[in-house]
Design a protein around this ligand. Structure first.
Ligand code: G7M
Length: 330
C-alpha cells in the first residue's frame, strides 16, 4: 500500500524534480524513474511475429494484435497513454519540434518527446487461447434476452464448460501475483475481497481510474448466483471499496461508477470501480449493473437475479450466441 502511495506522489512531483535538480546524473534519474514506474524486464516482444491486427481504433489510439512468441499464440494490446498535467513542463522543455507548416498565426509540428514521456501501455497475453484471440477481433454484437430457463438450460452449461481460466484471480487471492499493486484487502473468508488496479489502468492519472474488487468466496460465478445471503458481502465491497479509494486517491464516492458485468468475461465474482467521467469499455447499460442497484434489487426481491430476464450483448463469433441460436432463442 505504501508503495503505491509513494509512487503517486513521485509521479505528481516529476516536473519539479527534473527542473530543479540539474546537477544529478542521467543514470540517477533513470534509476529513480525505474523505481517509481516499475523495473525493466526482458523484452519478450523482441521476437514477436505479427499474424494479424485484430482490431484498432485511431480515436482511442489502441490496437489489438495477434501474433506468435516462440511459436505460441499471443495477443498484444498497444495503447497510447493520456497526457499528464504534471509532465507538461518537462514535455515542453525537453522535446524537439519539427515544423510541418506555418500560415499566419497557425503552425503545426511533430513533437518528439523524451522516451519516458512517450510510453505505450502494452498488455501481453501469452500463451493466448483461441478465446483470447477471438475476443479482440472486431465483431458485430447482438443483444441476447436470457430468461431464468435460458440461464439453466443454455448459459450455465456453456459457461461451466467453456469459461476462461481463473488462474490469474487465484494468483491474486493467494498472493502469488500483483501483491504490490493491492490497494486494500479484507481477509474475511465470507465478506472479504481484494481491491487492486485493473489490468487496463496504468495508474498514471486518475481520469481513467479503474480498480477491481475480487471476492474471496470462490463459488459465486456471476450476478445470476446472487441472493440475499450475499448482501453482507456486496455491502462490504461497496462501502470498504469506496472508503479505500477515498483514502488512497482522494476520490469521493460521488465520483465513482461501481458495477458488475453481466455476462462477465471471468466467472468469479468481481466488482468494477471506475471514475464516473471515464467511459470504460463495458460500462454501458446493456452490460453494466450498478452495485448499489444490485443490492437494492436483492433487498426488495430475494430471487431477483435468479428469476429476472437479463439482457446482454454477445459478439457474432461467441459460442454462447451460437447456443442461443441453436435453441431457437435468437
Ligand atoms: O468482464 P469482466 O467483468 O469479467 O471483467 C474482468 C476485468 O478483469 C477486466 O476489466 C479486465 O481488464 C480485468 N483483468 C483481467 N485480467 C486477466 C487481469 C489480471 O491479470 N489482473 C488484473 N488486475 N485485472 C485483470
Amino acid at each position: 500500500m505504501a508503495n503505491n502511495a509513494t509512487k503517486r506522489e513521485a509521479v505528481c512531483t516529476d516536473s519539479d524534480e527534473f527542473s530543479h535538480d540539474v546537477k544529478r546524473t542521467k543514470s540517477d534519474q533513470d534509476k529513480e524513474r525505474e523505481d517509481e514506474e516499475g523495473s525493466y524486464s526482458e523484452n519478450i516482444l523482441a521476437g514477436f511475429k505479427t499474424s494479424k491486427v485484430l482490431s484498432d481504433s485511431a480515436r482511442e489510439k489502441l490496437m489489438f494484435i495477434h501474433g506468435k512468441i516462440d511459436d505460441q499464440d499471443a495477443v498484444v494490446v498497444l495503447e497510447k497513454t493520456p497526457f499528464r498535467e504534471e509532465a507538461l513542463a518537462e514535455l515542453f522543455s525537453s522535446s524537439s519540434l519539427r515544423l510541418e507548416m506555418k500560415n499566419d498565426i497557425y503552425s503545426s509540428y511533430r513533437l518528439q518527446a523524451p522516451p519516458h514521456l512517450n510510453e505505450i501501455k502494452t498488455t501481453v497475453m501469452h500463451p493466448a487461447t483461441e478465446k483470447h484471440v477471438k475476443r479482440y477481433q472486431k465483431q458485430e454484437s447482438f443483444l441476447v434476452e436470457e430468461t431464468e430457463e435460458d440461464y439453466q438450460s443454455i448459459s450455465l452449461p456453456y459457461v461451466e464448460k467453456h469459461s476462461l481460466s481463473l488462474q490469474w484471480v487465484y494468483n491474486i487471492l493467494e498472493k502469488k501475483a500483483e501483491t504490490e499493486r493491492v490497494v486494500y484487502e479484507d481477509p474475511d473468508p465470507e465478506v472479504g475481497f481484494v481491491l487492486l488496479p485493473d489490468l487496463k489502468w496504468d495508474q498514471k492519472q486518475l481520469d481513467n481510474l479503474y480498480l477491481i474488487a475480487i471476492t474471496r468466496q470462490r463459488h459465486i460465478k456471476s450476478l445470476r448466483d446472487l441472493t440475499p445471503e450475499h448482501l453482507p458481502l456486496l455491502q462490504n465491497i461497496l462501502q470498504k471499496g469506496k472508503d479505500a479509494i477515498l483514502q488512497r486517491y482522494k476520490l469521493p464516492a460521488a465520483k465513482l461508477r461501481v458495477y458488475l458485468h453481466y455476462q462477465p468475461s471471468y466467472y468469479h465474482l468481481h466488482v468494477h470501480f471506475t471514475t464516473l467521467g471515464y467511459e470504460a469499455a463495458g460500462c454501458s447499460v446493456e452490460r453494466a449493473h450498478l452495485l448499489a442497484d444490485v443490492i437494492q434489487n436483492l433487498q426488495s426481491a430475494p430471487r431477483y437475479y435468479r428469476t429476472r430476464t437479463l439482457y446482454f450483448p454477445l459478439r457474432a463469433d461467441d459460442g454462447l450466441l451460437e447456443q442461443f441460436r441453436q435453441a431457437g432463442r435468437m
